[in-house]
Design a protein around this ligand. Structure first.
Ligand SMILES: CC(C)(COP(=O)(O)OP(=O)(O)OC[C@H]1O[C@@H](n2cnc3c(N)ncnc32)[C@H](O)[C@@H]1OP(=O)(O)O)[C@@H](O)C(=O)NCCC(=O)NCCS
Length: 172
């Protein structure tokens, strides 16, 4: 593995397109990153642009993982936009490119996110998980525990509602 991370890499048009492509590819192979497959770039673009604009504005952070110059992993460290919630952040859109999943990149990404959060002097990190995806077991490996569950909060299809599982990692 020759993975290297960059926090808030310059958001060139090229990188924006690579983020979009990664997001589409991950969704279309079943990843639970805000959409339901199949999606096109046009479906994801407005959400991706909004997320990247928040990074550009300095509100959120983008942690990007590169392998040989290729974007292979990313997550957003998202501000909660709430005066009383400035001491913690939410990790969003945690994803590894389909061809590189299962090689430890996701683990490296989570450990790097924790290091970033500690540098930001945060008290805690939150992630939310779509029930039925099994991803809560992945996060549990890094000390995240379920602290809440909103029943049927996510409608992924007709007659297919999923719980939104809230997971929390204290850093102090
Ligand atoms: C979840 C994800 C980021 C994990 O990245 P990865 O590079 O595949 O993970 P790793 O190779 O570091 O896996 C570490 C361990 O976690 C396990 N694991 C990985 N993904 C898992 C998942 N979705 N559910 C349960 N366990 C998982 C692996 O089997 C591995 O276990 P092992 O060490 O016993 O072999 C990646 O699979 C992904 O991008 N999924 C699609 C997007 C998505 O759904 N993100 C979650 C949003 S809440």
């Amino acid at each position: 593995m020759s993975l290297s991370f960059e926090l808030d890499p310059p958001l060139t048009d090229d990188l924006r397109e690579r983020v979009l492509k990664l997001w589409v590819d991950v969704t279309n192979t079943g990843g639970a990153v805000g959409f339901v497959p199949p999606v096109t770039a046009a479906d994801v673009r407005p959400t991706a642009e909004r997320s990247l604009d928040a990074v550009q504005a300095g509100t959120d952070r983008l942690l990007a993982g590169f392998d040989d110059g290729e974007l292979v992993a990313l997550l957003f460290v998202a501000d909660n936009g709430h005066f009383l919630k400035q001491h913690w952040r939410t990790l969003k859109r945690v994803m590894v490119t389909p061809g590189s999943q299962g090689r430890g990149y996701g683990s490296a990404l989570m450990l790097q996110a924790e290091a970033v959060a500690r540098k930001m002097d945060l008290d805690a990190l939150q992630v939310t998980v779509r029930s039925g995806s099994g991803t809560e077991d992945f996060y549990a490996r890094f000390g995240y525990r379920e602290v809440g569950r909103v029943p049927s909060a996510l409608r992924v299809g007709p007659g297919d509602d999923r719980d939104e599982i809230v997971m929390w990692r204290e850093l102090r």
